[in-house]
Each structure stands twice: as C-alpha cells, then as structure tokens.
Design a protein. Structure first.
Length: 83
C-alpha cells in the first residue's frame, strides 16, 4: 500500500504533499530526522489528510492532482484557516 499525505504546519500556515509506503517513518523524517530539505523550515508538521492506494503509480497520480491548483484548493478547504 502507498499513502498520499498532506502535512500542515499551523505555525507557518504551510502545506506539504507527498506519498510514501511507510507513513510513520516518513512523518518522523519530516518532523525530526531530516537535516536538510524544504520541510525542516516549517516544523512542526501535523498530518492533515491521507489517502491510500494499492500501487505506487496510483499514488503518484493522486499526488500530482493534489499539487495542482484545484488540488490545493481542495486541501485548503479541509484545513481550518489560521486564527
């Protein structure tokens, strides 16, 4: 199984979209283990949304959809606005 996930940084009102075959390890990497990359600047992250797919190609296709302008609108509608 592959998981498409959306991370949200409430502190910075940022979103990150990705896919993985191991969500627990990937989430730990985004929040603690990684020492470089885009996501370290916006820690801490929370998991805002997930979808599961049986194949990697389906997960990649959905990730690309969520990264489109319509996909980002969908994500912003499910994440509450900052206070």
């Amino acid at each position: 199984m592959f998981t498409v996930y959306v991370l949200y940084s409430p502190t910075f009102n940022q979103i990150y979209i990705g896919y993985t075959s191991n969500l627990d390890n990937r989430f730990l990497s985004h929040n603690e283990l990684a020492t470089k990359g885009h996501t370290i600047k916006y820690r801490p992250w929370v998991i805002a949304y997930t979808e599961e797919f049986p194949t990697k190609s389906e997960a990649i296709r959905r990730e690309k959809q969520l990264k489109s302008s319509n996909g980002r609108k969908f994500i912003r509608n499910i994440i509450p606005p900052p206070i």
